[in-house]
Structure formats: structure tokens, C-alpha cells
Design a protein around this ligand. Structure first.
Ligand code: ZN
Ligand code: ZN
Length: 461
């Protein structure tokens, strides 16, 4: 017996030690790779705290009141849940910030706690006061295009309308009334985009078909995006976005039935709108929807999956800064969005081009307040509502079609299959070699034909 054991030891030792060595090497590599990550993001944590104080003083100086922010961590509150505020706003882990607690220190030092204590809690009350009360923030752009909505009593979203039997598009029609028997389609874009996402790409291809004459098309600029209003007294929750589409499109044009087509984050809004108007909706087409099974704390799963703290590639780093750091992202908006006209003319002069890429310009047509809140309250928090809304639609046997690019780097390509696993009635089309945008852009003709087919096949209710 003992000789047998002795005989086994020499063979098992090198094996276990090689496994240990491999594990150790992997652990060391992981630490080495994550070290710069840790250092840079710890520094940004610190910098964000510094900018928190800087902005409070600048706001105080420019407007007489410090803007509220989410730097203080706060426990889950029922009121936040009810309003639809994402847990990622108050609960972003920031160990360094907790350690230093620079804000508290400066506040105590200067003894002006009261001015700094402004929170978002009273926003509901402010909403009642009136949409224009707060005006334009000093760090936002004040150009005509960004502020024209303030001159109107009851502002609505900017809508590009293409009426049935007409190949011409018009903007924000007041001569509303959907009296003809044509069908209606509402197009909803994703985060940091605008109606141009559809009107400059897919619409020309839809017009090429005779079938287009049967459809009224409405492409909206979401609240806080493009030429739509960008109110400061709004928290840009999923409910807010749905209500603004209702009042600017569904009620404004008297739509009793409609199809929905949405891209990326717009899919979350489209599903909420569809579930609320489940009797009116005829079909729902979602392109690259960020779907994650709903559960407690899903907001953090989404933020870590869609915009993790990463140094490389540069666009991933910029996304990290814009979504994890409230005050640093305000600085980026201050440089880019506040000066969107300057950037536009500079790029035109440097490149000699007549037009700057509309996707780039759309990204700059937000305010920090609108972009920050929409990202957290719709993209991260809104995901939580997708299961509930899909449940409602599936029970009513509504058609939901999903198009996912297999090379999508913004939304995990598996999101479509995950939705299909939970809701087998959803039709998922995985488009090979397409990414987050080229799933529409490089195949507009095919996608236009797919849409006509979906609309024609949808059962009328
Ligand atoms: Zn702050
Ligand atoms: Zn502007």
C-alpha cells in the first residue's frame, strides 16, 4: 500500500505545482493590467470631488444657487423608486471619495452647508412651478436652436413628419389631425442621437417604395436631445420620456393606432409606450435593444456591462468618464456641447466639408443635465421595466421583432437571444457582421423591406 502512495506522489506534484504556477501567473497579470486602471480611476474619483466644489462655487457665483448633485451616497428610498430615479446616481461606489470626503471638509470649513444641501428631492414641486422657471444653465449652450422651446407656452418635442401619399418631410406640424385611413409609425432614436438617425438614413430608402404612401411617419427628438426642449426641472425618467412622446405625437396628431420602431435605448422607451398604449400599438421593432433580465440592482449590471470603467479604447474611456463622473462629465459637456456651433464651424473650416457628420453633431446637442439623467434613469434604470412591459405585450399577442448586430460593441449581441429565452414569441434576427449602427446604416434597403413586411403582417386590433 505504502509503495503505491509513494509512487503516486512524484507524478501528482509537478501537475499541482504547474496548476498553481499558472494560477499565480494569471493573478499577477490581472493585477498588473488592473493597476493602471485603479490608479487612473482613483485619481478621477478625487478630481470629480474637486470639481464638485468648483462647480458649486461657480454656480453660486453665476446663478446665486448651487446646482444639486448626487455625490453624497444615499440609501435606497421609496420616493426615488416611485419617481424612477436610478440607484446608479447615488450609489456609484467611490471609495476614495468616501475616504477623503473633501466636500464635507470644505463645507465645514466655509460653514455654508445650507447652500450646498440643495437636492433633487424638491424637483417634483419645481415641476409644478413651471417648465421655464429655471431657464438656461450658465454652462449650457444658449443658442437659438437650443433655447427656442423656452419661448413657447406649452413646448412639445421636435417631430419630423412624413405624411402618407407625400414624399416631403415637414417639422413640428401644427396642422395636425390624422383623418386618413393610413397607418402610423413612430420612430424613436437612442441616447445622444436625434430623429436624424432615421430621417437621414432609413427614410430615403422607405420613400423609394410605393408602399411608403400608406404610412404616416413620425420621427421624434427625445426630451433633452436634438431640437427638443431640455428643461432643467425634469429628471428625465422613463415616465417623463413616455409622457412627452404622448403629448407631442400620440395626442398631438390624434393617433389611435401606431407601429413603433426604436434603436438602442429608444427600445426601452418604445416598450414602455407600447405597454401603456397596448390597445393602439400594432407592431414593435427594436434594433439593438439593451436587454437584461429584470432583478433588484440590475442598474449596476447594466452600467458595468455597457459602460465599465475602462482605459482603452478611447471611446470606452470617454463613456466611462461621462457615465461614472457627474462633475467631470459636466466639464466635457461644457467644452463640447456648450460650444457645439464653434466646433461645427471649426471642423468645416479644417476639413473643407459643407456638412459635419450628423451623428457627431447630435451628440453635442444635449445639456449635461439631460444626458446625465437620461443615461442613468432610462438606460440603466429603465431596463428594469422591460420584462414587465414585454409581459403585457406578450399576453396581448403583440408582435415584437428584434434586430441585433453580431458585432455590436455597445450593446452585448447576446441581448436579443436573452430576450428570446425569456419571451419565446419575440422574433430575433441576428445580423452577421453588423455593429450597433450598421445594423441599420449599411443595410437600409433590406431593413426598409423588413419593416414594410412587419407592418403589413401585423394583425390589426
Ligand atoms: Zn457633487
Ligand atoms: Zn446650442
Amino acid at each position: 500500500m505504502s509503495t503505491m502512495v509513494v509512487a503516486k506522489i512524484p507524478t501528482s506534484l509537478p501537475l499541482s505545482s504547474s496548476i498553481l504556477l499558472r494560477k499565480w501567473t494569471r493573478k499577477c497579470t490581472k493585477i498588473l493590467i488592473s493597476a493602471p486602471n485603479f490608479l487612473v480611476f482613483s485619481y478621477l474619483d478625487f478630481l470629480d470631488s474637486v470639481f464638485c466644489v468648483v462647480y458649486k462655487y461657480l454656480d453660486l457665483l453665476m446663478e446665486g444657487e448651487a446646482s444639486p448633485c448626487y455625490c453624497r451616497s444615499k440609501n435606497k428610498s421609496d420616493e426615488d423608486q416611485e419617481i424612477g430615479i436610478s440607484e446608479t446616481l447615488h450609489g456609484r461606489p467611490n471609495k476614495l471619495k468616501e475616504m477623503i470626503d473633501l466636500i464635507q471638509f470644505v463645507e465645514k470649513l466655509l460653514n455654508i452647508n445650507k447652500v450646498f444641501e440643495a437636492g433633487y428631492g424638491d424637483f417634483k414641486e419645481k415641476k409644478k412651478v413651471g417648465i421655464h422657471r429655471l431657464g438656461n444653465r450658465w454652462s449650457d449652450c444658449g443658442c437659438d436652436s437650443c433655447t427656442s422651446w423656452m419661448k413657447v407656452d406649452d413646448p412639445k418635442l421636435h417631430v419630423v413628419v412624413k405624411e402618407a401619399s407625400s414624399k416631403a418631410m415637414r417639422e413640428d406640424s401644427k396642422e395636425n389631425g390624422n383623418t386618413n385611413s393610413s397607418e402610423n409609425v413612430i420612430f424613436i432614436h437612442g441616447i445622444l442621437s436625434s430623429s436624424s438617425f432615421w430621417t437621414k438614413t432609413l427614410f430615403p430608402k422607405l420613400y423609394e417604395s410605393e408602399k411608403c404612401d400608406n404610412y404616416n411617419m413620425f420621427a421624434v427628438d427625445l426630451l433633452g436631445h436634438g431640437k427638443s426642449p431640455k428643461p432643467r426641472d425634469n429628471l428625465y425618467t422613463l415616465k417623463d420620456h413616455v409622457e412627452w412622446i404622448e403629448k407631442s405625437v400620440v395626442s398631438e396628431f390624434g393617433l389611435n393606432s401606431f407601429h413603433l420602431v426604436a434603436h438602442s435605448m429608444g427600445s426601452i422607451i418604445a416598450l414602455a409606450l407600447a405597454a401603456k398604449h397596448s390597445k393602439s400599438v400594432k407592431s414593435i421593432t427594436l434594433v439593438a435593444p439593451p436587454y437584461f433580465p429584470s432583478k433588484d440592482g440590475v442598474e449596476f449590471t447594466v452600467i458595468n456591462s455597457l459602460t465599465p470603467k475602462r482605459l482603452w479604447p478611447p471611446e470606452a474611456f470617454l463613456s466611462s468618464v461621462m457615465t461614472w463622473y457627474e462633475h467631470l462629465s459636466r466639464s466635457v459637456c461644457f467644452i463640447l456641447c456648450r460650444n457645439h456651433r464653434t466646433w461645427e464651424s471649426l471642423i468645416k473650416r479644417l476639413t473643407g466639408a459643407r456638412d459635419v457628420n450628423f451623428l457627431f453633431m447630435d451628440m453635442l446637442k444635449i445639456t449635461h443635465h439631460s444626458g446625465w439623467h437620461t443615461t442613468h434613469n432610462v438606460l440603466y434604470r429603465g431596463v428594469k421595466h422591460m420584462d414587465k412591459n414585454l409581459d403585457i405585450l406578450m399576453k396581448l399577442r403583440k408582435k415584437v421583432h428584434v434586430f441585433m448586430g453580431t458585432r455590436d460593441k455597445s450593446v452585448p449581441p447576446d441581448c436579443g437571444n436573452q430576450m428570446k429565452n425569456k419571451f419565446p414569441e419575440v422574433e430575433v434576427n441576428n445580423i452577421s457582421d453588423a455593429d450597433h449602427r450598421s445594423v441599420v446604416f449599411n443595410r437600409e434597403n433590406v431593413f426598409a423591406q423588413d419593416l414594410f413586411q412587419i407592418w403589413e403582417n401585423s394583425t390589426s386590433y
